[in-house]
Structure formats: structure tokens, C-alpha cells
Design a protein around this ligand. Structure first.
Ligand code: PGA
Length: 255
């Protein structure tokens, strides 16, 4: 596998944190700290913060993403946001299938696939999340499960569209718990994801796909995780809410 063939991307997942004014302040803090980054830098903010984020990030290397989108183009879906709405605002990325959406909001592999297709068809870049629960890891089905999640999510996605997909491996037991997968565990599952992409699209395409790790990644463990051959960046929750902590991870990915 050849890490040079793909871009490392560090994406912050702010979850349900920060008001618009706080968003402006945090991005203004982040910008100078990551200005020399040699990796992609993305912040995925709540819908109502997108305007503020886009304004604050303008002219910098910080890209803006949302945390979900609906799969229909428009219609009677009270409370939902379409991919076209995000695209027209200037949003570049959207997280799809985060485990919190799967656990608390009824997201399934099938709806993840529909949202992925809708986002890609609207011209958004997708950060597609997959990962196992602790019981599934203990039962030894992590590889099968993550491979299945990846395959279903990518149904109908063309090789051309796959260029706009980042896959994030996020073991659910490591999210927000302070428990990080070991670098070896992260690499092992990221390699399974890449092998699954190879099965679907061929080895050449698989070598170019950015596969992130997420789950309690922070400044103190980023170096080791990001040094793994199949870990091409990170999806960062808690540590993305503190400018210095986020910037330290960006720095680790820029080495
Ligand atoms: P965490 O969250 O870094 O706080 O564990 C990661 C995520 O949910 O994307």
C-alpha cells in the first residue's frame, strides 16, 4: 500500500456543540494554527453554524462540512436538510452514517446508502462512517461487519464518485469514551475497509481512497495512529473543539 497516493484529511466533528458566534471565534482561532498544514483540514459543524463557519473559513485552507443530510431532494420532511441546500451554501463536505445517527436516530445501512448517493449526486464530498459496537468486536465479527457496512453504503456509487468519498473507521466503543483503538487495531480495520474497496473498485482505486480513524483521537495518540500505513487522517470529536488540540492533530498528520 502506498500512502503517497492519498491525501491525509483531519476532520473535526463538532457534533451538537457551538453557537454561530462561538463557531466564528473557534474557526478564527484554528485558522492561523493550521495555515501551513500539509493535509486536508475540515470542520463539520451544526447546520445553523454553517453560515458563520463558511464566512470565517473564507480564504483559508479550512473546509466546511455538515454532519448529515436527507436523501430526498425536497419535500415533506419536516426538520430535514437536503444535499442541494448544503451545496448551494458553499458547503463542501458532509458526514454520513455517524454512529450517533445510527444509534439515536434510526439510521440504517440502507439509509446511509441513500444519503451517500444524494450527497454525491449534489456534488458534496462524503465522510462515510463505519464501525462496530464493543459486543460485535468481542464476538469477532468486526471485519465482516465493517466490510458489509462499506459495501451497502457504496451501492450505486461509481468509481468516479468514489473520488469524493472519505471512509472513516470509528469503533463505537472508542467514541467519546477516552478508549482509543490501538494503532494496530485501527490499522487492521482500515486495511479491511481498503480491501473491501479493492473488491468493489479494484486495487488501484483502493490505494487512492482516504481511510480515516476516529474515536478518541487526540494530540497524545495522533502520531502513532497516523503513522500506520492504512490510517490516512482522522475524524475528531472532542479534541476538535479546542483549537490547540485540533491543530496538534493536524500537525501530526502533516509530517
Ligand atoms: P471523539 O469522537 O473523538 O470525541 O471520540 C469522534 C467522532 O465521533 O467522530
Amino acid at each position: 500500500m502506498n500512502k503517497q497516493k492519498r491525501q491525509a484529511v483531519i476532520a473535526g466533528n463538532w457534533k451538537m456543540n457551538k453557537t454561530p458566534a462561538e463557531t466564528t471565534a473557534l474557526i478564527n482561532e484554528i485558522k492561523p494554527l493550521v495555515a501551513n498544514a500539509d493535509c486536508g483540514v475540515v470542520v463539520c459543524v451544526p447546520f445553523v453554524d454553517l453560515h458563520a463557519a463558511l464566512d470565517a473559513a473564507k480564504g483559508s485552507n479550512v473546509k466546511v462540512g455538515a454532519q448529515n443530510c436527507h436523501f430526498e431532494k425536497s419535500g415533506a420532511f419536516t426538520g430535514e436538510i437536503s444535499a442541494d441546500m448544503l451545496k448551494e451554501m458553499g458547503v463542501e463536505y458532509v458526514i454520513i452514517g455517524h454512529s450517533e445517527r445510527r444509534t439515536y436516530f434510526g439510521e440504517t445501512d440502507v439509509t446511509v446508502n441513500k444519503r451517500t448517493l444524494a450527497a454525491l449526486n449534489s456534488g458534496l464530498k462524503v465522510i462515510l462512517c463505519v464501525g462496530e459496537y464493543l459486543e460485535q468486536r468481542e464476538q469477532g465479527v468486526t471485519a465482516e461487519l465493517v466490510s458489509m457496512q462499506t459495501k451497502i453504503a457504496l451501492m450505486g456509487v461509481t468509481a468516479e464518485q468514489l473520488k469524493n468519498v472519505i471512509i472513516a473507521y470509528e469503533p463505537v466503543w472508542a467514541i467519546g469514551t477516552g478508549k482509543t483503538a490501538t494503532a494496530e487495531q485501527a490499522n487492521e480495520v482500515n486495511a479491511v475497509i481498503r480491501a473491501t474497496v479493492a473488491e468493489l473498485y479494484g486495487a488501484d482505486v483502493a490505494e487512492t481512497v482516504t481511510v480515516q480513524y476516529g474515536g478518541s483521537m487526540k494530540a497524545s495518540n495522533a502520531d502513532e495512529l497516523l503513522a500506520q500505513p492504512d490510517v490516512d487522517g482522522g475524524l475528531i470529536g472532542g479534541a476538535s473543539l479546542v483549537a490547540e488540540d485540533f491543530a496538534a492533530i493536524v500537525k501530526a498528520a502533516s509530517k
